[in-house]
Design a protein around this ligand. Structure first.
Ligand code: NIG
Ligand code: FE
Length: 416
């Protein structure tokens, strides 16, 4: 049995006796213990308390005591929306957009998702795995301690399965929990451009049964957007996924009022993600549901779009999570520290709200609320140890500065 006592923690952040997802006003409450200790046994949080109570705690007999000398400790980021598997970067499109083309213009001329699908088709499963593992290790160093990864650059049975197998392989080798999302409904491949029905049939009748048979996915995603999948198609694909045991988790209201939020709620989606373009009806529908609204501010930033209306969503009582959307087209960064800062700066989220949305609510947005996302007895010791910070607000305030001293996964520090 490995027992370690960590002492002299300046702020022990997001301690919770019982955990549940947070909505509306609750997001403001980030429980913190100042001048604390933390006791970890075999990779699991066993106890915590104030330094002044350490003598009575009886933990000094732990095999190892580590003085963290005023580091602060918080749960690792829970990044509930990524497209971490891709074959190539897309900086040419980045330049096209600097010169004035829109994301939709680029997609319409065969760039965007279809460009990524072509590159992925030419890349072997082995190479995709090596590239993805490197990205995964990078984001773990940046404090991510649980992650969701989507397919969606395959767009054919073989290539979608190739992507999902890479995710499965990552899951076997990665120290952090990984959830997989089947996302063939990301775009219509060129040959189905004018024949949506046949592509949807392929997803439902060929891809889904194979994926279910190999148990390759937890969620089903659809890009419910003008020029991509409409509400009716989204519903049909999600319902088929539900038949195979997959929970909907959908891209909605990114570029237009697509109706994705309403259909997501109707289908009991675990989350509806993006939400840059929301009206009163979409906000109200979300607030009256169990579905989490996941905001991806770095994608809005990268595309120079309006940011999601975080304040309105919180004021309406929605449960909000934050995620990176790590992908080569709209957010070529999986840095959750940036996501948290940007949420405070551009969406006027309070530091406490942003940290809760990127930890505990991110965990619930991938059904990992019982394992990660808060300092709770019995949860995994997937934790960020910071450099000496002056306050909690200093975390998002000091954007661009790396405040992470060490990252702990399953009770062990990850080395670079
Ligand atoms: O979440 N919006 C759709 N899908 C991705 C972008 C995919 C791409 O451009 O490669 C997103 O932003
Ligand atoms: Fe996305």
């Amino acid at each position: 049995m490995q027992q370690t006592l960590y002492v002299n923690i300046k702020y022990l952040i997001n301690i919770r006796k019982k955990s549940s997802e947070l909505r509306g006003k609750e997001l403001e409450n980030l429980p913190v213990l100042k001048d604390a200790f933390l006791f970890i046994e075999d990779g699991v949080i066993k106890d915590y308390g104030l330094m002044r109570d350490i003598l009575v705690s009886g933990y000094q007999s732990a095999t190892e005591t580590v003085d963290v000398a005023n580091a602060s400790v918080l749960p690792c980021w829970c990044d509930s929306h990524t497209h971490l598997i891709f074959a190539a970067s897309r900086e040419n499109e980045f330049i096209d957009r600097i010169k004035g083309l829109s994301y939709a213009d680029i997609a319409a001329k065969g760039g965007g998702i279809l460009n990524s699908a072509k590159k992925l088709n030419e890349t072997s499963e082995e190479v995709l795995y090596i590239q993805a593992l490197q990205r995964l290790n990078e984001v773990i160093q940046l404090g991510t301690g649980a992650i969701e990864i989507k397919s969606g650059y395959g767009l054919s049975t073989d290539d979608e399965i190739k992507m999902l197998r890479v995710i499965k392989e990552l899951r076997h080798h990665s120290p952090i929990p990984i959830k997989a999302t089947f996302f063939a409904a990301h775009a219509f491949p060129e040959k189905y451009k004018n024949n949506h029905k046949d592509y949807i049939d392929l997803i439902i009748n060929e891809m889904l049964p194979k994926i279910a048979e190999e148990n390759l996915a937890d969620y089903i995603d659809v890009f419910c957007e003008e020029g991509f999948f409409n509400v009716k198609e989204t519903e049909q694909i999600c319902r088929a996924g539900i038949e195979y045991g997959l929970t909907p988790k959908i891209h909605s209201n990114q570029l237009s009022l697509s109706g994705g939020t309403q259909i997501g709620v109707k289908l009991n989606a675990i989350s509806v993600d993006h939400l840059e373009t929301m009206d009163e009806d979409a906000i109200e529908t979300l607030s009256n549901s169990q579905t989490i609204g996941t905001l991806l501010p770095t994608a809005a930033y990268f595309l120079r779009m309006n940011f999601p209306p975080a304040r309105k969503l919180i004021e309406a009582g929605c449960a909000i999570a934050l995620a990176s959307d790590f992908n080569p087209g709209t957010s070529p960064s999986g840095n959750m520290n940036t996501v948290v800062s940007m949420s405070c700066i551009q969406m006027k989220m309070l530091p406490e709200e942003a940290i809760n949305a990127a930890t505990i609510n991110g965990a619930y947005a991938m059904n990992l609320g019982n394992e990660v996302g808060s300092i709770t007895i019995g949860k995994k010791a997937n934790l960020i140890f910071t450099k000496n910070i002056s306050s909690i607000a200093y975390i998002p305030y000091s954007f661009g500065t790396n405040l992470i001293d060490k990252v702990m996964i399953d009770g062990k520090f990850i080395s670079e």
